[in-house]
Design a binder for this molecule. Structure first.
Ligand code: ADP
Ligand code: MG
Length: 465
């Protein structure tokens, strides 16, 4: 029928506009490398902020004692305590608690958010068992993982540049987030000092390195996306401080804000961006990360409903609700292997209120999920290649000697749970690296490595050292 033909035309157009042939991905990877250089050269020199983390030493395994971490990233935050064994003893004991952030606090006031967090932290500390041991007279010390762009002023202080990922809180931008947390802890009567302020990418890199010496970069694919890596301190022209003894500096790229004319951006992406809380920003993130993939799919299906009556004569009202289709639901539909695609049928009914869909329609929905997930995964692979190129780890050694092993610590619910996304990313990266270089590059899932990483950095920056 004419309707079906129109739906297929919309699909074909989507497929063309989202295409990421290897040649295009190479252009994206090269653009990433170029922007990295520009961001390192000068403040404001690039869309990539290339933030200096003040972490010039990564964990060694010698860290000892009881330390805490607080991970504030997306929709949840986690509090964690770890007893570190030192000298190869690693993590002797650890406990964590996860608390979801009430949506009203994500768009409320700064003090309300920090009070809520400090209260949860105080409760967590109060529940501590005998098996965790803090030496007498010592203050508790915390690594604060704060996964938003921060301009660090030291390892334990930094001001918020902007909120991302659906947070829009008045009065925090430009403030020192450690000072905000410290004041809130004082209001709770909690005696604890923040000794390290890190991004989740930095935490993941530190946690990854603790267990594997070849970890030199970290990537987050969760609600948002970002990457961090180890840079040579002399390769950072905008750094005017003393060169660290290690000669190294960890850089928080804030790659979610990357953009390039080579990115395949559709009208759906443009509309999503314009209607978002942060228009014009985080363009790479809006193509790739878990907060947005389901929403892009919803926008495509809405177009098909409006222009091709895909779901009948009227447009299903729920399909017009922004962010109603979440990425985990998209992922469940994409992974549906039943012959009648019954998971797709159920999701369409339960979430969008569309019942009695034909198998043909369900297949079309899966195809849309596939196009959007593949584009995101392939662009993420291109980003990783860009980082490897900057580190000169993308090529097999020219003299034929064995290539050094390179490990990328990965964290985030999108990568961890969206199997088809993960497989596509890994296949694409291998294809771009080629069969000589690919075997020496390893992506290692470090689930919640960032919490441990932050606690480790709190330990290595302890006031008692
Ligand atoms: P955050 O990024 O907020 O710190 P996570 O790393 O746990 O938290 O990532 C959570 C995000 O991962 C969710 O917002 C969602 O987009 C994505 N996600 C979680 N589960 C799945 C799933 N089963 N399939 C696809 N995406 C998922
Ligand atoms: Mg996280």
């Amino acid at each position: 029928s004419g309707r079906w033909a129109r739906a297929m035309a919309i699909l074909k157009d989507l497929e063309e506009k989202c295409a990421t042939p290897i040649g295009k991905l190479r252009q994206v990877a090269d653009a990433m490398t170029v922007e990295m250089l520009a961001g390192l050269a000068s403040e404001g020199g690039s869309k990539l902020k290339m933030l200096i983390s003040y972490v010039d030493n990564l964990p060694t395994g010698d860290e000892t004692g009881l330390f805490y971490a607080l991970d504030l990233g997306g929709t949840n935050f986690r509090v964690l305590r770890v007893q570190l064994g030192g000298k190869g003893g690693y993590v002797v004991r650890q406990e964590f608690e996860e608390v979801s952030i009430p949506p009203n606090l994500m768009v409320g006031s700064s003090s309300e958010l920090f009070d809520f967090i400090a209260a949860a932290l105080a409760k967590f500390v109060a529940s501590e068992g005998e098996e965790f041991h803090l030496p007498v007279g010592r203050q508790r010390e915390l690594g604060f993982t704060f996964s938003f762009p921060v301009k660090q002023t030291s390892i334990s202080s930094g001001t918020l540049i902007k909120w991302t990922k659906g947070f829009a809180i008045n009065g925090t931008v430009g403030e020192d987030v450690v000072a905000e947390l410290t004041k809130a802890m004082e209001r709770q009567g909690l005696d604890m000092r923040v000794t390290a302020l890190v991004n989740d990418t930095i935490g993941t890199l530190a946690g990854g390195r603790y267990y594997d010496n070849d970890v030199v970069a970290a990537v987050i694919l969760g609600t948002g996306t970002n990457a961090a890596y180890v840079e040579h301190a002399q390769a950072i022209p905008k750094w005017h401080g003393l060169l660290p003894k290690s000669g190294k500096m960890v850089i928080n790229m804030e790659w979610g804000n990357f953009r390039s004319s080579h990115l395949p951006i559709t009208e759906y992406d443009q509309a999503l961006d314009v209607e978002s809380l942060n228009p014009g920003e985080q363009i790479f993130e809006k193509l790739i990360s878990g907060m947005y993939l389901g929403e892009i799919v919803r926008r495509v299906l809405l177009r098909m409903a409006e222009e091709a009556a895909l779901f009948g004569d009227s447009v299903p009202p729920n399909l017009e609700v922004q962010f109603i289709l979440r990425t985990p639901d998209m992922s469940a539909m994409h992974h549906d292997t039943s012959s009648d695609l019954r998971v797709v049928g159920t999701k369409l009914k339960d979430i969008l209120g569309i019942s009695n869909t034909s198998l043909k329609t369900r297949k079309l929905v899966v195809k849309v999920c596939d196009i959007i997930a593949s584009r995101g995964a392939r662009l993420a692979a291109a980003g990783i290649l860009g980082v490897l190129k900057k580190q000169d780890r993308d090529n097999a050694a020219r003299d034929g000697s064995d290539m050094q092993r390179t490990v990328i610590a990965m964290d985030g619910g999108l990568y961890e749970h969206y199997t088809r996304f993960r497989n596509c990313l890994e296949t694409t990266l291998r294809e771009m690296l080629g069969e000589e270089a690919a075997p020496s590059i390893v992506i290692k899932l470090a689930s919640d490595g960032s919490g441990i990483g932050a606690a480790l950095l709190a330990a290595s920056h302890s006031q008692y050292l």
